[in-house]
Design a protein around this ligand. Structure first.
Ligand code: SF4
Length: 456
């Protein structure tokens, strides 16, 4: 099945699931309450957002320079930098590191990129033990699913569902509440941390001028991973750069405010190669910089601003489409409004172009974005590009041509309600679905009412 057809089939099912919608709505409501409170920490929020947007724009426009600056700084400090053009090369590079350091047991911190390249499945197929250590990632890994949201990967799961899932694998009771589930997972993971040979983490920010990596988390699992593993591999997209260490306080607090509605997340770590006066921490520090389509997005003059995304997931929280269809239906790792913008550049354009059309363009995503990405207008630019590249099917073109003809006919518009309803229902038969009520058309058209009232 083509991705677009799969999308329609998946969304038709999930969008009529009232339970799912109420979970998503409740999550969104709770998020907004804490987000509104956290925002108050900024004396001038707009200025903070302008500064962050400018920093990310500067990096995007000069990506080659900042990447080299970052690599040089890491090497000067005794770390290593590897580069991967695509997912396959990234996987091979990581496998090479695993073999080189004879790492049989690997602990992982949350990383959207590792989902994007399919890292867990790849390493497990080769016989390595890979353990997710972030609670949300642990849950969805156990469920055999992909993350639902870039910050809250298991947001769609109810507590009872999680307890049922973990009951088979841990000591979790079927009626366990969130607190007990967390305690059980902590106990299960404790020996895994202490036995780990290698820690693989993502990066929230790659700091160009100092060759450091900023990682933010709420559970302390990444810090614990780095306390025992001898090798730390950071897997990050080339879009994760910020110019300077002086920017990190702004980005950490913006990410917390817009990601989880906190003033600051629980643990904010700035990490790099081990220095001679440090007595603990991994002896080896390697950063794998992954392109995997990001250069392609960079080449899109009008849409490259999307590379500035700091992956806070706020645009998802306000998006009516995301609330309705959830994260999995998008079929890509970075989903939601920003995923709809980037998917077609990060992978096959033709396969994911439909995502840009799955939006009412209400602009709520753009309004909330902490780095002021013009999300909904980028969606329209994507639509424009799809049309200009002639990627629209002939059958669809014919359908819209007929629609236009129908709508431009005064005779059709002035037909009676019953006949008009029949015609429109027939026209939208395949796309309207069976679970939505068709709107009732007015008995008379505006034109008819006008004539009746004013006689013209
Ligand atoms: S596009 Fe903006 S709001 Fe959406 S995830 Fe990225 S930074 Fe957050």
């Amino acid at each position: 099945m083509r991705k677009a057809e799969q999308f329609i089939s998946d969304t038709e099912k999930i969008s009529t699931n009232k339970e799912h919608y109420s979970v998503m709505q409740a999550y969104g409501d709770r998020y907004m309450v804490s987000h509104q409170t956290a925002k108050k920490q900024f004396q001038n929020l707009n200025l903070a957002r302008e500064r962050a947007a400018y920093a990310k724009w500067k990096v995007t426009e000069n990506l080659d320079k900042y990447l080299i600056e970052f690599e040089s700084a890491i090497i000067r400090k005794g770390g290593k930098v590897l580069w991967a053009d695509d997912a396959q090369i990234a996987l091979q590079e990581i496998e090479g590191l695993v073999k080189k350091y004879n790492a049989q047991k690997i602990v992982k911190g949350k990383s959207m990129l590792s989902d994007e390249i399919g890292l867990n499945a790849y390493l497990r197929d080769k016989g390595y033990q890979v353990q997710e250590t972030d609670l949300g990632e642990y849950i969805i890994d156990e469920a055999g699913e992909r993350p639902y949201h870039m910050v809250m990967p298991a947001m769609h799961k109810k507590t009872a569902e999680i307890a049922y899932l973990l009951n088979e694998k841990t000591t979790t009771a079927l009626d366990a509440d969130a607190e007990h589930i967390t305690a059980d997972v902590r106990q299960t993971l404790r020996p895994v941390f202490t036995a780990a040979d290698m820690a693989i983490t993502g990066a929230n920010f790659l700091i160009a001028d100092s060759g450091l990596v900023g990682i933010t988390e709420n559970e302390g699992n990444i810090r614990l991973s780095l306390a025992f593993a001898k090798v730390h591999v950071v897997v990050a997209g080339i879009d994760k750069l910020i110019p300077s260490l002086a920017d990190i306080d702004l980005f950490f607090s913006l990410l917390a405010t817009y990601g989880t509605g906190q003033q600051l997340t629980g643990y904010n770590t700035v990490v790099g190669p081990k220095t001679s006066n440090e007595i603990d921490g991994p002896a080896e520090f390697i950063v794998l910089l992954v392109d995997n389509g990001r250069s392609n997005l960079l080449a899109q003059h009008d849409q490259r601003q999307a590379l500035g995304c700091i992956k806070c997931g706020a645009c998802h929280q306000v998006c009516p489409v995301f609330h309705q269809i959830g994260g999995h239906a998008y079929g890509v790792s970075t989903n939601g409004p920003i995923g709809a913008v980037t998917a077609q550049y990060l992978s096959n354009h033709d396969e994911h172009k439909h995502l840009s059309f799955a939006s009412p363009l209400c602009g709520k995503c753009t309004d909330i974005c902490p780095v002021k990405i013009d999300i909904h207008n980028h969606l329209t630019r994507n639509r424009r590009d799809t049309t200009q590249k002639n990627l629209i099917k002939n059958s669809e073109k014919l359908m819209w041509y007929s629609w236009k003809k129908f709508m431009l006919s005064r005779k059709n518009m002035n037909k009676g309600q019953t006949i008009k309803s029949l015609m429109i229902k027939g026209f939208f038969k395949s796309s309207w679905g069976n679970d939505r009520l068709f709107p009732t058309l007015a008995e008379k058209s505006f034109n008819q009412l006008w004539r009746e009232r004013f006689g013209q």
